[in-house]
Design a protein around this ligand. Structure first.
Ligand code: BG6
Length: 470
């Protein structure tokens, strides 16, 4: 659709930026924090680990002051469950509670809306040792953790995100590290964990609405539209297969309280159906999110399965993410989109397309909780960092979002990845995402000083103009 005039960004649009606790905080064992699975898992050799990360735990006041200077209206960060409840459940750690109280207060001081992710990949290790998400008791533990968060911060936090990228954890579990010995759970177990996470999420959304009626809560999923490689009907079916299994099934359950019918049939056919107790359906149907939080990086292009092992291949430039599934879909190339240095597809129009699809499926407001480009930025001798590729990436994606707003999509805000440099999930520190450069490299911590990049000043101007330049 080509319009005569694009609509403006809404007046109270949440111009923000994101981080997650384990990728930015460091202080992995300080002030009573216990290890999470991330701290105990094996990560690719030669890359930065997560023990210090960007040391945001000690630099948060300085960082938030910079976010305020950039003009942020929202800061999306995650709370480390292991700081609040070092045993996963039970006794609350006052130092952990005070830390996030201080982070929230610092945001509020500058009029920055805290957007809090409750769980971003970092399950307490002690719970993992008791079976983790395979154990139904973890559902109670998550609800108990949520109750502490709502009680402690409910008056100060309006926007809550339940679980970050449940679909990534279930479909690409190795992306966040490998258990010792490298053995990942079976697919059957992964779908059982998925079911338990869905129940935990439903209980927590319901609890939020009871304890904090003024607050809003939603799941944060990695959503992306799929293109068929050609107009061959079989390619279209394959694209739909993967779009459902990768995206819609994970969003349908929180919104509709039901698994997607195609996904359910797939699970049954493959012997992957989780054990579902009769009362689970009421739990799932008894909660509804207020908005959909969406992480968007790339679209995917899909071809019909050949029905053999050749359907499976590694993602370009990333041996750790396998794509394709026998009898389901095969990853294909798209000649019409760009790619980052790390091989990730860059597709701003696909962003608009995905937003339209999410809007039309769920009829809920959308909050972008991640979008960004990883690149090996360079600190110049004068302290500047020139990242024109990042500015171009954001310019194009925000323009596409403005088109989506004009299409009728209800957008709450935009919190790209990342507010400040963070450690990538599995590709180290050199793959930088922030508006603010942190002076460290993979192994050498240097002085961890902060330097605004060119994109920082570009975003500052964009926010000041409420996106009228886009
Ligand atoms: C998202 C995650 O999948 O992508 C983030 O929620 C992550 O935690 C981001 O950092 C970028 O991915 P990566 O692997 O480049 O760090």
């Amino acid at each position: 659709m080509i319009y005569q005039k694009l609509l403006d960004f809404p007046e109270h649009f949440l111009w923000g930026a994101s981080t997650s606790a384990y990728q930015v905080e460091g202080a992995w064992d300080e002030d009573g924090k216990s290890p999470s699975i991330i701290d105990m898992y094996e990560h690719p050799a030669g890359y930065a680990d997560f023990t210090v990360a960007s040391d945001h735990y000690h630099h948060f006041a300085e960082d938030i002051a910079l976010f305020a200077k950039m003009g942020l209206k929202a800061y999306r960060f995650s709370i480390a469950w292991t700081r609040i409840l070092p045993q996963g459940t039970g006794e609350v750690n006052p130092a952990g509670v005070e830390h996030y109280r201080a982070v929230i207060a610092e945001c509020r001081k500058y009029g920055i809306e805290p957007v809090v992710t409750m769980y971003h990949f970092d399950l307490p290790w002690c719970l993992e040792q008791q079976g983790g998400w395979l154990n139904r008791a973890t559902i109670d533990a998550f609800e108990n953790y949520a109750r502490v968060l709502f009680t402690e911060y409910g008056s100060e936090v309006k926007y809550w995100l339940t679980i970050n990228e449940q679909n990534t954890m279930i479909l690409h579990p190795g992306a966040i590290g490998l258990p010792k010995g490298g053995q990942l759970p079976s697919r059957k177990d992964l779908y059982q964990m998925n079911h338990h996470m869905m129940l935990a999420q439903a209980r927590v959304m319901k609890l939020c609405h009871v304890l904090c009626p003024q607050a809003k809560i939603g799941p944060a999923l990695n959503l992306t539209a799929m293109y068929p490689e050609t107009c061959r009907p079989e390619d279209a079916i394959a694209a739909h297969n993967w779009e459902v299994l990768r995206c819609w099934n994970f969003a349908d359950v929180p919104v509709f309280g039901q698994y997607h019918p195609l996904a359910m049939r797939y699970l049954e056919d493959r012997g992957l159906t989780p054990e579902i107790q009769p009362e689970d359906w009421d739990t799932l149907a008894g909660a509804k999110p207020d908005f959909i939080a969406m992480n968007y990086y790339s679209t995917a292009t899909i071809a019909a399965s050949r029905g053999d092992a050749s359907d499976v291949s590694a993602r370009a430039g990333d041996q750790q993410i396998m794509l394709g599934e026998e009898g389901v879909y095969r990853a294909a190339e798209n000649p019409y989109v760009g790619k980052t240095q790390y091989g990730w597809v860059v597709d701003p129009t696909g962003f608009r397309y995905t937003l339209r699809k999410v809007c039309e499926r769920y009829h809920l407001p959308i909050l972008i909780t991640e979008n960004g480009i990883g690149a090996p930025d360079k600190l110049e001798a004068d302290g500047s960092v020139h990242d024109p590729y990042r500015i171009e990436f954001y310019e194009k994606h925000l323009h596409a979002m403005r088109e989506a707003i004009t299409d009728g999509v209800d957008m709450l805000g935009y919190c790209p990845w990342a507010a400040v440099d963070v450690v990538s999930t599995h590709q180290g520190y050199a793959k930088r995402y922030g508006f603010i450069y942190v002076d460290r490299d993979e192994q050498d911590l240097r002085d961890l000083r902060r330097y605004p990049k060119d994109s920082f000043y570009w975003y500052q101007k964009t926010i000041a103009e409420n996106g009228k330049n886009l």
